[in-house]
Design a protein. Structure first.
Length: 221
């Protein structure tokens, strides 16, 4: 069934644990007022270390958790050093700005971000993604991503400049994993639809050098 295909796609893409990213920020935001900036920053860092240790002890994938520790260390340290709680989110805002530039730039340079990410995660040949009867689907999906990322970034910067830490936390959460899931589902559905309309070969047909007319890509985007 189509929904089973989408679920398998989400499981492959969303390999990290949402808790690793959510808990340190949650503790920092809600403990900052009663405990102070420095203490809440230390609690956020400690929670990140504990989560990473848990992943290692349970022999779960800890790469993303380790990256999370570095991110929390930098963000919490910068917020405590500057004396401004809002600066906890400043590194994420810079990362978001860079992502928007990369996303739009990938379209301009003819290698859509959606195609590059799919190539890296699936190992499909880049030549297939760049075909004239395949590439438009990935370009359009990347453009949609770029616009949504830009809108999110504008909202985040506005809240940051206003010093609204609580709203910034909730916006980061709801426009993070929940929004990512919705966007991935819509991207998958739209992408498969566009590939069908473009009438290009599937990855297997491309690898086999099969002649047209093609059956096209039925699963995976």
């Amino acid at each position: 069934m189509w929904y089973q295909e989408i679920l398998s796609e989400l499981k492959m893409v969303l390999k990290g644990n949402t808790l690793d990213a959510l808990l340190p920020s949650l503790l920092f935001v809600f403990l900052q007022s009663p405990l102070g900036l420095t203490t809440s920053a230390l609690v956020a860092v400690l929670s990140s270390f504990l989560l990473t240790g848990y992943r290692i002890v349970r022999k779960q994938k800890s790469f993303y958790a380790l990256l999370g520790v570095l991110g929390v260390l930098f963000a919490a340290g910068y917020a405590a050093f500057s004396g401004s709680a809002e600066n906890y989110y400043l590194p994420r805002l810079f990362n978001g700005t860079l992502l928007v530039l990369v996303s739009f730039g990938s379209i301009l340079f003819g290698k859509p971000l959606a195609a590059l990410l799919s190539h890296l995660s699936r190992g499909w040949p880049m030549g297939w993604f760049l075909r004239k009867d395949v590439k438009p689907a990935y370009r359009e999906v990347t453009f949609i991503w770029s616009v949504l990322l830009l809108l999110r970034l504008l909202v985040q910067w506005n809240l940051y400049r206003g010093g609204d830490l609580t709203r910034l936390f909730f916006i980061n959460f709801f426009m993070g994993t929940p929004a990512t899931i919705v966007i991935l589902v819509l991207s998958y559905v739209y992408g498969i639809y566009r590939l069908k309309k473009l009438k290009g070969p599937s990855v297997d047909e491309y690898l086999e050098n099969a002649p047209g007319p093609y059956k096209g890509q039925k699963k995976g985007f």
